[in-house]
Write a protein that binds this ligand. Structure first.
Ligand code: WTA
Length: 627
């Protein structure tokens, strides 16, 4: 790890909002209510709050309690009153090269039509609509339309399997599913409707499925349940104004499933008020975003990064947001740089995996294009290795754009630890906590660890973007995030970290059984349960090992059931099974057939022993091992 300091460039420092980090940080922590109230004043409210944060039922904090709002009021409606409505809200590029542009005025029309259709289909305030779509404009319209009428959305990443989709529909008790025939990825059609159909066979709650035509292949539609979106758009029900529903600040905006320690994914709940304030505030301050900016968050809308930073935060800030449908290297490895140069993108926000994936093709693909419109760069999802950082900084940013390495989580709503444009950078460090965020690194007992020592990352004060709860499982919410430091009332992030002599935070790894592959978050337990659901697998354990491109790769150890013998063919069959149970991102890189697994005497698999062995390292303390 290098400790060289990268000073902010001329290009950003003049425009930075934040001049004196230390003083301002201290003020924001000592007066956090005041700080968040100031941030909330950037937004319009139907009715303002009685209290900035109601802590009476902690850890179920209620932000801006008593306030009335709707995220759509800030993301769309307030931009319609003046000439801003003619500004570009959203530029979309499909993988085959097709493009669509939407002004705020046009976005409002699209969202209102979708909202009218949802209402006509019986969707009511408070219910949860499941969305399973490729990265097309209608995905964004669908999310915004749900929010507009006060329904919550649950977007299921389009790479997930029918099993994963069915499980999420069931947990949310959705009556309506929104999908598409398919999407484009690496020049091929990714089938979605057929997977949705399979999932619906297992989902008795679904009454209506609306399908957007994207790819045009034959799909199976069931009478009285299935409707084409374009058919519904042509009906009178779709036209006309649709009022934005007035919501309480703490009403549910969306749920998003994310992986945890156990096999069952957690439905993380975010609310209209606090979330709106938080994500728009951190985007405005960290990326110094302005209405004239073209902001490209090259993530999938199906994950929190897309929810907060493709859809909601840039729109609330009145900027232009870019969405690209397909693979970064299709048809050539310059697709990103071409998009940046074509649209004059000012800020690019992506993942270390994407950067490493593009870096391996060399500098010339970048140099071919004029990407000088870039002012700032960003990264998220996993620690960025210094080599990728340097390439991003020197080649993509031409040594002229600061890199905002943002640490945060599905549960935090938005960035938590990150530089501001004026922060001197150290490659690989997310630098310092943002204003209002009381982050620290402590030991098991909650004592602050010494500079440079590894410890447990905690957040000591609530913040407006924090998750409200886990859907249908408030106890699990308390247990997972708030029980370890219950006495102190701190949030347990689940990551280990260290703070160096200069107060810079270095995120090290997950402390729990959550794994990160290409920045995607999965649980070892989810992958293991997908493995053992195959008849040949009696027991399974999953570890990750470092991978040059993906950060981490999954490796599985499997004990076969009686009657099965190890073979390459069986190896492939099991991989295919995981693909259909969970989706392609969960497929192990290798599967090893073994006769036994290292276990504690209480029967827990000791994954760290497997990992150490695979890396040729000392497995450490083996006193609790059974055999
Ligand atoms: C990891 C993604 C290092 C971390 C927004 C966290 C990071 C988990 C960074 C959350 C970063 C995210 N540096 N690690 N800049 N950003 N992580 O919920 O382990 O998909 O706990 O949210 O990703 O993953 P999630």
């Amino acid at each position: 790890m290098t400790d060289k300091l990268y000073k902010p460039s001329e290009k950003t420092i003049n425009e930075a909002i934040i001049k004196e980090y230390d003083n301002k940080y201290k003020f924001s922590i000592d007066n956090s209510d005041k700080y968040w109230e100031e941030q909330a004043e950037y937004l319009d409210w139907y009715k303002k709050w009685d209290k900035v944060v109601d802590e009476s039922n902690a850890p179920f904090y209620k932000w801006f309690s008593g306030a009335k709002t709707n995220i759509i009021h800030n993301a769309i409606d307030r931009h319609l009153s003046d000439s801003h409505r003619n500004k570009l809200a959203f530029i979309w590029q499909g993988e085959p090269g097709d493009e669509r542009h939407f002004s705020y005025h046009k976005l409002d029309k699209e969202v209102s039509a979708f909202a009218n259709i949802l209402k006509a289909m019986g969707v009511r305030k408070g219910e949860i609509v499941t969305i399973y779509m490729p990265q097309i404009p209608e995905l964004i319209f669908a999310m915004l339309a749900c929010a507009k009428i006060g329904a919550a959305h649950s977007v299921v990443y389009a790479g997930f399997s029918r099993e994963a989709l069915a499980e999420r529909i069931k947990d949310a008790s959705s009556k309506v599913l929104l999908t598409a025939d398919g999407g484009w990825r690496r020049g091929k059609i990714v089938d979605l409707k057929s997977i949705a159909n399979e999932a619906m066979k297992r989902s008795p709650t679904i009454e209506v499925c609306i399908t957007v035509k994207r790819t045009g292949q034959e799909v199976e539609m069931e009478q009285n349940r299935d409707f084409w979106y374009h058919d519904l758009c042509a009906l009178p029900i779709a036209s006309g104004k649709c009022e934005t529903e007035e919501m309480n600040a703490e009403d549910m905006l969306f749920i998003l499933y994310t992986s945890g320690t156990t096999g069952k994914p957690k439905g993380i709940v975010h609310a209209h008020g606090g979330y709106s304030v938080y994500i728009s505030s951190v985007l405005r301050t960290v990326f110094d975003i302005k209405e004239d900016d073209r902001w490209w968050c090259a993530a999938d809308p199906g994950w929190i990064t897309g929810h907060s930073f493709i859809v909601y935060a840039p729109l609330i800030n009145g900027a232009t947001t870019v969405l690209y449908e397909g693979a970064p290297t299709y048809p050539y490895p310059d697709r990103f740089w071409r998009i940046i140069s074509n649209y004059g993108v000012n800020i690019l926000y992506t993942s270390p995996t994407a950067i490493r994936g593009l870096m391996r093709f060399g500098d010339s693909w970048v140099k071919k294009h004029d990407v000088s419109s870039l002012r700032l760069l960003g990264t998220v999802g996993e620690p960025i290795n210094p080599a990728a950082w340097e390439w991003y900084y020197n080649i993509v940013g031409d040594g002229n754009c600061q890199i905002m390495d943002t640490w945060w989580q599905t549960e935090t709503g938005g960035f938590m630890i990150s530089p501001y444009p004026i922060t001197p950078l150290k490659p690989g460090s997310a630098t310092k906590p943002l204003f209002g965020i009381d982050a620290d690194v402590v030991d098991e007992d909650g004592n602050k660890v010494k500079p440079g020592e590894q410890g447990i990352l905690v957040i000591k004060k609530p913040w407006p973007g924090m998750a409200q709860t886990i859907l249908h499982d408030a106890d699990r919410f308390k247990e997972v995030y708030w029980s370890k430091y219950e006495k102190q009332g701190w949030y347990l992030a689940g990551d280990s970290a260290r703070i160096d002599e200069d107060g810079y935070f270095w995120i090290i790894a997950r402390l729990d059984d959550v794994i990160k592959v290409s920045g995607y978050r999965l649980g070892t337990a989810e992958v293991e349960s997908a493995l053992v659901s195959h008849s040949s697998v009696a027991e399974a354990a999953v570890i990750t090992l470092p991978h040059e491109l993906r950060g981490n790769a999954i490796h599985a150890y499997v004990i076969l059931s009686q009657d099965y013998t190890a073979s390459d063919k069986l190896n492939d069959i099991i991989k295919e099974h995981v693909r259909s149970e969970m989706g392609p991102i969960a497929v192990p890189e290798t599967i090893k057939f073994v006769d036994s697994l290292p276990k504690t005497r209480s029967g827990k698999i000791m994954r760290r022993v497997l990992k150490a062995k695979a890396q040729g390292l000392d497995p450490g303390d083996l006193s609790t091992i059974e055999d």
